[in-house]
Every structure is written in structure tokens, then in C-alpha cells.
Design a protein around this ligand. Structure first.
Ligand SMILES: NC(=O)c1ccc[n+]([C@@H]2O[C@H](COP(=O)([O-])OP(=O)(O)OC[C@H]3O[C@@H](n4cnc5c(N)ncnc54)[C@H](O)[C@@H]3O)[C@@H](O)[C@H]2O)c1
Length: 370
């Protein structure tokens, strides 16, 4: 399979994403090419990954002064407490701005590592090796770092672009099926918000991508998805306006995740899939989306067995909790809840144009239980 490179251009920095199969083998060369001055490296790794994978990376980096920090990829660890602990270690080992942090993990490890890289000595070098489908198509692009608090998800964060990203589909082989579905949710989102042809292509190839993990189609879907996200991020790095369309389904999703207290019962990608289905149904109710297009989306969910029914995941008495957390979303600018809805497949409403009263959203969610 041919390796491919995509350059993500933002106002603050341009950087490459490398795609392919078994490209972790090229890590030493890519380090030298992109960040030649690095001496010390701290690998922050998900402790659930196979030793073989970590050892492979360590072998490729044997010329560097290496530290390894392993942690469990739980939302609870995306915290200031854990960030502070790692920063203290980096300072103790005298990491400076020419030294580097490598994230080896999914979105949890990536968001935390990027945050730490940004804050330590006002910016260390940062390389992301996303190991989940979700992080390959979403979390590793665009430079958002994120920390959770007791008040909600990702409420603390900065923007910090990496020096490069290495996206290797071979790493996805060990990923549980549930996580493949979760990652597919963000691929589907990119098609729904900006590219109907991509949506139609996914409708044909979805099974081979999600369930058969066909390498060639998987790489194709990942690249297409990254191109869509990077195009948006290039125009609006700091989410002043256009980038908000990437939040399609996410305002609901954040409410869902927090209402389940970030438990494994509902992961981020599943919450996003559920949120997008509800946002599509709300788009139809608001007479923005046609019934035909709503059917196309619903059929896609049914065909690929994607989570779509809120009443199967939440009891009705949890709706209030969901609404409480949706009200805390950082994109809200007044008491109302801001949403991105669909006008058609491939086109969303303009950011900041749809804001609904909590009461109205509550009524809509409650309608799933009657
Ligand atoms: N920064 C952004 O722009 C952005 C975008 C989307 C999501 N996020 C964040 O990303 C996080 C979700 O990311 P995620 O879905 O990658 O979750 P994750 O990092 O929690 O990983 C999901 C699960 O897969 C396991 N795992 C990871 N790689 C594996 C592999 N190769 N083989 C086997 N198991 C593996 C992990 O241990 C974990 O149990 C959330 O915190 C979300 O807020 C950030």
C-alpha cells in the first residue's frame, strides 16, 4: 500500500499527517526529518496497548534519551491532577523546548499529552501516534487539547498543533469492535456535515470498513475524513465560527457522556453517533431536513448497526440530567442551548443560528419515551 501525506495548514502552524500500513517502522526517519533537534523524548502511552507495539516504537527511538509514562485511558485521567504529575516528572528530568512528547494512544492520551506539551515550558515538541480509529480521524487533527473537570467534559483546554501525526492502520488491528464503531461515527459525521458523495460511498463500503477492517478502504476513509476536518480547521483554527459545524451531534453527546458519568457503558464515539441521530431527527422536526434524507441517515444506522435509540441507553428519568449538562456546554452564549443541525446531507445550519430553550430540547427528548 502506498504511503500518503496530508499537510494540515493552520494560522499557527503547518504540519504533516502520515498515513499507511506499518509506517511506525519509519518513526526514526520521520523524527529526524520533522524535528531534528530533539534529544529527550517522553512517550505517554495507553497502558492497554500491546507491549509489542510500545517496544517497536522504543526500538525505533533507541538513539534518544527516553522516558515512558503509562496510564489508563479513562476520562477520569484527562485531569489537571494527572497532567500536573507528568509535568512535574518532565521538569525533574529537565525537559526543555527542543525535547519532545510522543502520545501513543487514543483521544484520551492524545488530548492530555497535547495539553502537557503546550503548558510545559510554554511548549515542547509534540508528536501524536493515534491508536484508535476515532483519534486517527478526529482527535489528532486540529490541535484541541482537553481536560475534564467535575463540571463537565473538556472544559479546560488550549490549542496546540503537533509537529507531526503518524496514522498507522496496522495499529487498529487490536482495537475492540465497539471502538471501530465509535471511530466510524466521526467519519460519518464528516460526510454528513460536508460531503454527500462521501456519505453515499460510505453507505456502500461501511461494512468492509467497520466490520472487515479492509486496510485499503480504511486508509481511504481515514484520509478523506482528515481532509474534510483539516479544511475546516485551516479556515477557523480557534473555533470562532465555521469550526463549530464539527460539533454536529456533540452538544447532545457531551450531555449523554456526563449523564453516564463518563462510564464505559457509553463511550465518546457512541455518544456522538446517538447525538447525530437525534440532531438529524430534530433537523427534520424543525423542517430543515427532508424526510427522504432523514430516512437515508436512519437506514445507514440500521444497515451498519450503529447506536441510535436514546431510550435503549437512558431511562426517562435521566433526561433532566442530560439537559443540565447540555446547558453547561462551552459553546452556549446565553441561557439557550446552541446546536448545529442539518439542512441536508452535506450541509449544516450556520454556526450560532440555532439556539433552543432547554425546555424545548427536554420535550423533544421526552418524546422518545411516549
Ligand atoms: N482533541 C480533539 O479534537 C478531540 C476530538 C474528538 C475526541 N476527542 C477526545 O478523545 C477522547 C476519545 O478518544 P478515543 O475514542 O480514542 O478513546 P480512548 O483514548 O479512551 O480509547 C478508547 C479505548 O480503546 C483502547 N485502545 C486504544 N488504542 C487501542 C488499540 N490500538 N488496541 C486496543 N485498544 C486500544 C483504550 O485503552 C480505551 O479503552 C475523548 O476524551 C474526547 O473528548 C478529542
Amino acid at each position: 500500500m502506498k504511503n500518503t501525506k496530508l499537510i494540515v495548514k493552520t494560522k499557527s502552524k503547518s504540519y504533516p499527517i502520515y498515513f499507511g500500513k506499518n509506517i511506525l517502522e519509519q518513526m526514526d526517519k520521520l523524527m529526524k526529518k520533522n524535528i531534528p533537534g530533539v534529544k529527550k523524548i517522553c512517550i505517554i502511552s495507553d497502558n492497554k496497548l500491546s507491549k509489542i507495539l510500545l517496544n517497536k516504537l522504543v526500538r525505533k527511538l533507541k538513539k534518544y534519551d527516553l522516558k515512558i509514562y503509562k496510564l489508563s485511558a479513562s476520562e477520569k485521567n484527562k485531569s489537571l491532577k494527572v497532567a500536573n504529575k507528568i509535568i512535574e516528572q518532565l521538569l525533574k528530568y529537565n525537559f526543555n523546548r527542543t525535547d519532545c512528547i510522543i502520545s501513543l494512544g487514543g483521544g484520551v492520551v492524545g488530548d492530555l499529552s497535547a495539553f502537557i506539551s503546550n503548558l510545559t515550558k510554554r511548549g515542547l515538541k509534540f508528536v501524536n501516534i493515534p491508536t484508535t480509529l476515532l483519534s486517527q480521524v478526529d482527535a489528532s487533527i486540529g490541535g484541541k487539547t482537553g481536560i475534564n473537570t467535575n463540571q463537565g467534559k473538556n472544559l479546560i483546554g488550549t490549542y496546540y498543533q503537533p509537529d507531526f501525526v503518524l496514522s498507522d492502520v496496522a495499529i487498529l488491528k487490536s482495537l475492540p469492535q465497539r471502538e471501530m464503531i465509535a471511530g466510524y461515527g466521526e467519519i460519518l459525521k464528516h460526510s454528513l456535515i460536508l460531503d454527500k458523495l462521501f456519505f453515499l460511498w460510505l453507505s456502500k463500503k461501511g461494512k468492509k470498513i467497520i466490520y472487515e477492517r479492509n486496510d485499503r478502504l480504511l486508509v481511504e476513509a481515514i484520509i478523506k475524513s482528515c481532509k474534510i476536518k483539516s479544511k475546516i480547521v485551516a479556515k477557523d483554527e480557534k473555533e470562532k465560527n465555521l469550526r463549530m459545524i464539527l460539533n454536529f451531534g456533540h452538544t447532545f453527546a457531551h450531555g449523554f457522556e456526563k449523564a453516564k458519568n463518563f462510564s464505559k457503558k457509553l463511550n465518546h464515539g457512541e455518544a456522538v453517533l446517538l447525538g447525530m441521530m437525534i440532531a438529524s431527527e430534530l433537523s427534520y422536526q424543525k423542517k430543515l431536513l427532508t424526510l427522504h434524507e432523514l430516512f437515508l441517515i436512519k437506514n445507514h444506522y440500521i444497515k451498519f448497526n450503529l447506536p441510535r435509540k436514546i431510550n435503549k441507553i437512558f431511562k426517562q428519568n435521566e433526561v433532566n440530567k442530560i439537559i443540565t449538562y447540555m446547558k453547561k456546554d462551552k459553546k452556549n452564549i446565553n441561557e439557550k442551548i446552541n446546536l448545529i443541525l442539518l439542512k441536508k446531507i452535506g450541509k449544516t445550519t450556520k454556526p450560532k443560528t440555532i439556539s433552543l430553550k432547554a425546555k424545548e430540547i427536554k420535550k423533544f427528548l421526552n418524546s422518545y419515551y411516549s
